[in-house]
Design a protein around this ligand. Structure first.
Ligand code: FMN
Length: 227
């Protein structure tokens, strides 16, 4: 039986992102966040309007979306309850947030120069996406949020995560171990639970640059063999 409930947060489980942006004085800010999803080469980010990162993004229009693996969880956690905004907004001070200027130092992570944008990448993160702000939108009924549409303009991936057997190198989901946040707690991925029709489809083969004629033939042979 279902119950109707009224919780304060609905964080159902999304990848943790370390977002680097530039402060007004040119120094780098680094913020953990997890309201992030992708479609094509567009990433949508949801950020509280009080964050230093939201202000930096609106002003500079640039960021790096760094994805930590689950092994980096203790580094990510060191950044929790900190803000690059000084003075700390009253509301966040009441929640226990403190100002921290050197976020990279606090997290024990290293800045790495980006190729297209000015904010640095996080060297230890196996996936790094340089991004340009395309548009933003205020949202939220019970949250003062800003939604950011970011175009990924350069993607850097740790070599050992790549499947290079096809015409287009791509991330092998069996090697990529993302860090996830669900209801404010950290999790990794479990094991694969079921074969995926989408992963086997011509849609994905097309996206991976595979020969669709061959793939369609293989699919047909496969389904004929099953009949
Ligand atoms: C794992 C994790 C995930 C978070 N996810 C979000 C999020 O999705 N959106 C958001 O606005 N804040 C999120 N926060 C809180 C921000 O990190 C916090 O607002 C922080 O002060 C932002 O840093 P800044 O003010 O230097 O930009 C998250 C914090 C942690 C530790």
């Amino acid at each position: 039986m279902h119950r109707t409930i009224d919780p304060t947060i609905l964080y159902f489980g999304t990848p943790v992102v370390l977002l680097s942006t530039l402060n007004q004085d040119g120094s780098a800010n680094l913020a953990p966040m997890s309201s992030a999803w992708w479609l094509g080469w567009t990433c949508i980010l949801g950020l509280g309007a009080l964050s230093q990162t939201a202000g930096n993004l609106l002003r500079s229009g640039e960021c790096v979306i760094n994805l930590p693996s689950e092994q980096l969880v203790s580094h990510v956690d060191r950044l929790a309850m900190t803000t690059g905004r000084n003075p700390v907004p009253e509301l966040k001070r009441g929640w226990g947030y403190r100002w921290e200027h050197d976020k990279f130092g606090l997290a024990g992570l290293s800045p790495q120069t980006s190729e297209v944008v000015r904010p640095p990448r996080v060297a230890e993160c196996p996936v790094q996406m340089e991004g340009i702000l395309r548009q933003s939108l205020s949202f939220g009924k019970d949250v003062d949020g800003i939604l950011f549409e970011i175009e990924v303009v350069k993607l850097h991936v740790e070599q050992n995560l790549l499947n290079t057997s096809g015409p287009k190198p791509h991330i092998d989901p069996l090697r990529w171990r993302p860090l996830l946040m669900s209801f404010c707690r950290f999790f990794g991925l479990g094991e694969e639970v079921h074969p995926s029709r989408l992963a086997e489809s011509l849609f994905l083969r097309d996206k991976l640059g595979e020969d669709l004629q061959d793939a369609a033939g293989a699919n047909l042979a496969e389904s004929e063999a099953q009949v």
